[in-house]
Design a protein around this ligand. Structure first.
Ligand code: ATP
Ligand code: MG
Length: 622
């Protein structure tokens, strides 16, 4: 009856092998559905299961404190159980998904030439003092003491430990390059753990660290990892994008984040549909307007704008476009370039928003001025402040403002604004002009190849060129060909293994529950018998199909619980099993099973003799 099934494993495995040849030069980003998803059912040892021997613990309603859909669905599906804020038990169902993500990550890291090890979660504080991060890391670092009152940390990351291993073990350029990785638990005492496992305090990360004799070799490995991450997220069946990233506090130069695209993402991304350009909005460059500033056309006028403190309201009242208005943001500079406590204005177009990171780069450290400081400096309350008629106060203009003529801004008098304002005529040229704003949709792409669009993403991977930051601090050196001692170049590469599970659900769900990418679904196929305990024929057919699928290496779940069909269907849909085969007496009498794909609107009947081939096609196409 199931002759075709036994060929399933071989056929799919062959196909997998063919499609998993290293994708030479495949460094593109995938913004659409991945072109070549690869089934992994036969690379991992499948663990088929009967529901009666498994532990499903689904809920009708998600607890009220779950904010995002993935968190709600993971709780409803019984994948995770909360122990404390940001700390979860992975229940058997959830763990199956984690293990599949891990397996893909591990396989691709091994293929890329990295070597797996496992480092301790508990690390001596001394190492962190040596690297300087004992002070710098802040309260996210969970510190504790042992019985001898010695300091320890629960590792939020492992640069210190791996660098310590390498400085002890590696002496010569002949031993380089090296890339070690692990898939291991991390603890970060996040200020706001939320979104379930997506921003947990304890979570699973794949972290890899590479060591090189030269910067060129680090760059080679960085490209290797870029391609490897592209393959990993492609195989996971996720829509993702690699973006140039801010290196943040970890330091070094050269960094990309890999983001799963989802509305609920914490990060705003800018990308160019016409090219490969993509960047975190924090970093995306806003080009200065081409063509320079037009000549002044209108006379300066003071207009009454009572109660209109926002650019939108002023533009409304005056019947002008928002982009002809200018907002002034009062700040107090504390950076090295300005005298401590210097009051200054930042000018932005009314439809633009301040990019604090860019402002910090241009102006140094700053903070927003308090109302009393604004009153003292400008004699006016916020809402009506502007750059005209103020002396001795620095005015830093975004490039788009510097190119404006005849604009509208606050008059430094409550209830009034100015129109027809022009630099050089009505106020001095700005003290400084630069890129101070966040890009908006429609801005020209910095690569000159089109216009930017915005979307949101969940960061699931991050690659850095650390250079010598840690190697220098921890004196991780080697002897070069000439016998000279030199500091190693380092790269580090992280993947949020458990965050990926949440991100995949953010991307794949419907009103009935989770729609897992086939590669990471907890089970590939479920068999739902109608009356397993009542009908000997149904039981025999369901058991036989189960045995055949198990023999073919399919990750199959047989729902042998004797629940009502509606309950079993709803549960299998909630937990995201991609393929469902129903075994019922009526179908058996006609020699047919009922099949339904997770996203199909209607089930269809499939001849029993055909079911193996039928499932094979679907599993391999995933
Ligand atoms: P984020 O900006 O989201 O805090 P990060 O820059 O601190 O991330 P890295 O130190 O680069 O993250 O860690 C590597 C990966 O680990 C991240 O890309 C992310 O996928 C994952 N990760 C980081 N923090 C958490 C967390 N609190 N919970 C789950 N996964 C996390
Ligand atoms: Mg973080």
């Amino acid at each position: 009856m199931f002759a075709a099934v036994s060929q399933l494993r071989l056929a799919c495995a062959a196909r997998h092998a063919a499609s998993s040849l290293p994708a030479a030069g495949s460094q593109r980003n995938h913004f659409g559905p991945p072109s070549s998803r690869i089934a992994v059912f036969f690379r991992l040892a499948p663990i088929p299961m009967r529901t009666s021997r498994f532990f499903l613990s689904t809920l009708k309603e998600a607890p009220a404190d779950a904010e995002v859909v993935s968190h709600k669905l993971m709780l409803r599906a019984g994948m995770i159980k909360r122990l404390a804020g940001g700390i979860y038990t992975w229940m058997p169902l959830g763990l199956r998904v984690v293990r599949k993500v891990e397996a893909i990550v591990r396989e691709e890291m091994d293929r890329a030439g990295a070597i797996e090890l496992s480092m301790p979660a508990v690390q001596p504080g001394e190492l962190w003092q040596e690297s300087g991060r004992w002070e710098k890391y802040g309260p996210e670092l969970l510190r504790c003491k042992d019985r001898h009152q010695r300091d320890f940390v629960i590792g939020p990351t492992h640069e210190e430990v791996i660098t310590d291993v390498v400085r002890r073990e590696v002496k010569s350029y002949r031993q380089l390059p090296l890339h070690f990785y692990q898939i291991q638990v991390k603890f970060r005492d996040e200020i706001r753990p939320r979104f379930g496992v997506m921003r947990g305090r304890e979570f699973l990360m794949k972290d890899g660290y590479s060591f090189h004799a030269s910067f060129e070799d680090l760059q080679r490995e960085y490209r290797n990892m870029f391609a490897t991450y592209t393959r990993i997220f492609d195989r996971l069946g996720l829509k993702f994008r690699a973006v140039a990233a801010d290196t943040g506090s970890i330091g070094g130069t050269g960094s990309h984040e890999f983001h799963v695209l989802a509305e609920s993402g914490e990060d705003a991304l800018a990308y160019c549909p016409q090219s490969d350009y993509a960047a975190n909005v924090e970093l995306a460059e806003a080009l200065a307007p081409a063509g320079g500033r037009p000549p002044a056309g209108n006379a300066l006028q003071k207009v009454a704008t009572p109660g209109r403190t926002r650019c939108e309201d002023v533009a409304d009242l005056l019947g002008v476009a928002l982009h002809t208005t200018v907002k002034a943001i009062a700040v107090v500079l504390a950076g090295s370039e300005a005298a401590a406590g210097a009051f200054a204005l930042i000018l932005l177009r009314g439809d633009h928003s301040l990019n604090e990171l860019k402002a910090q780069k241009l102006l140094g450290e700053f903070r927003f001025a308090r109302d009393d400081e604004i009153q003292a400096a400008l004699g006016c309350q916020p809402g009506y402040i502007g750059p005209v008629g103020i002396s001795g106060i620095a005015v830093h203009a975004d490039s788009s403002v510097a190119a404006m003529a005849d604009f509208v801004c606050g008059a430094n008098e409550a209830g009034f604004h100015l129109t027809g304002v022009n630099f050089a005529r009505d106020l001095p040229e700005p003290t400084r002009v630069g890129d101070l704003r966040n890009v908006i949709a429609g801005d020209p792409s910095p690569d000159g190849k089109g216009r930017l669009e915005l979307c949101r993403g969940i960061e699931v991977g991050h690659i850095f060129q650390l250079r010598k930051k840690y190697a220098e601090a921890l004196k991780c050196s080697f002897l070069d060909e000439g016998g000279q001692s030199r500091i190693m170049e380092m790269g580090c590469y992280g993947i949020g293994v458990t965050r990926i599970v949440g991100a995949a659900i953010e991307q794949g769900h419907d009103e009935r529950g989770i729609v897992f990418p086939a590669a990471i679904a907890p089970f590939a196929v479920c068999i739902v018998p109608m009356g397993y305990g009542k009908s000997a024929a149904v039981r025999a057919a369901a058991d036989a199909l189960y045995a055949e699928l198990v023999a073919a290496g399919v990750d199959v779940l047989l729902d042998d619980r004797n629940e009502r069909p509606g309950v079993m269907f709803a549960e299998m849909e909630l937990i995201g099993v991609p393929h469902r085969v129903v075994v019922g007496e009526r179908g058996l009498a006609e020699g047919r099973f009922e099949y339904k794909g997770r996203l199909d609107s209607e089930p269809r009947m499939v001849a029993m003799a055909e079911i193996g081939r039928f499932l094979q096609d679907r599993l391999c196409a995933a």
